[in-house]
Design a protein around this ligand. Sequence first.
Ligand code: PEP
Ligand code: MN
Length: 368
Amino acid sequence: MDTVLSFEKQRVIGLDIPRPLIISGPCSAESETQVMATAKELKKLGTVHALRAGVWKPRTRPNAFEGIGSVALAWIKTAGKETGLPTAVEVANAKHTEDALKAGIDILWIGARSSANPFAVQEIADALRGTDTPILVKNPINPDIELWIGALERINKAGITKLGAIHRGFSTFERTNYRNKPNWEIPIELKRRVPGLPIICDPSHICGRTETLLAVSQTAMDLNFDGLMVESHINPKEALSDAKQQLTPAQMGELLAHLVFRHEKIDDVLTRTKLEELREQIDKIDHEVLSIMAERMSIAEQIGQYKKQNNITILQSNRWDEIVRTRMEEGKEKHLTGDFVKKLFEIIHQESIEHQSHVMNEEQPSTN
Ligand code: PEP
Ligand code: MN
C-alpha cells in the first residue's frame, strides 16, 4: 500500500533546531529537584537541544514505578523555562495528551507499547486534532513496519504535520546483546517508504545498558538518522526506572563528544571519485552474487529432477543441518556474523525448495 503522509520536511519535526537533533533527559521524572538538576547539567553541555522525561511509565509488571503522573508536567515545564530547552514527554492516551498540551509541553511522543495499539494511537490522534505540537512516533515493540507507518498515518490524518519517528529497537525471543534488537533494515525501509520523514534513534532502549550506547549512536549517525534521544539522569544508580541504561549528564557530554557526524552530501571531487569507484566494485560483486545464485538454483532444479525420478522427498533434514553447520563455520572464519549467515542460507534454501518443487510438479517458478 502507498504511504501518503504530508509533513514538514525542511526542519526537524518543525522546530528550528539544528540537525542532528539531540534530546536527552531522565527515563522518568521522579522529583522536581531531579528534573531541574538533570536539565541544568544537560543544558551546560551546549549540545543538547531538548529535555525529555517520562511522566506516565508503561511498565511490564504492575508493581514497578509507574511514573509521577500529571503533577510532574509542571516540573518539566519549569526546568525547560529555566534552561531554555524545549520539553518532550510520552503520552499513551487522550487524557495524557490533553494534560501535556495544557501544560505547554513542546514535543509529545508515542511510546513503543502504544504505537503497537491502533486504538491508543487513534485516541491520541483525536485528542491532537487542531493542535500543532510536534509528535514523534516510536516504532511498535514488534518488528512490523506497517504498524509503525499506520501509527504515523493516524496522527497525520488528524492534521499533524510536525511529525517524526523514533527508532528504539524491537523486542525479540532470541538472546542478543541488545535489550531491543535494532533491526536497522526496518527504519531504513521507513526512510525509503516515507522520504524526508525525520527519524531519530533512541539508543538507550536499544542497548539497555550504557556500554554499547556509543556504538549504536554512531551507527545511527552513519545511517544518516536525524538525531538521537538518549536517557540521562542526574544519578543513574538511584533511578526509579531503567537505571542500567541511563548516563549522567557528564557521560552524555562524553558520548556526544565522541560521536562522529558525517555529511550525506559529497562535495569533494576526490571523495566522490573514490566513492564511485567503490560503488562500481559493489555493483560488480552484486552482479556476481546474482549470477552465482542463478547457477545454484539451476543445480537445485537438476537435483529436483533426480529426486522426482527416484521418488525422494525434497527436504532431507540431515543435509539441511549439515549445510547450516558448515556454512556457519566457514562464515565465522570469514568474519561474517552467525545471524547473517544463518538468515542468508535460510532464504537461499527457501528459494531452492521453490525451484525444486516447481520442477517436481513440472511448473515454472514464478518470478514475482
Ligand atoms: C521511554 O522512552 O522511557 C520508554 C518507555 O520507551 P519505549 O516506549 O521505547 O519503551
Ligand atoms: Mn526508559
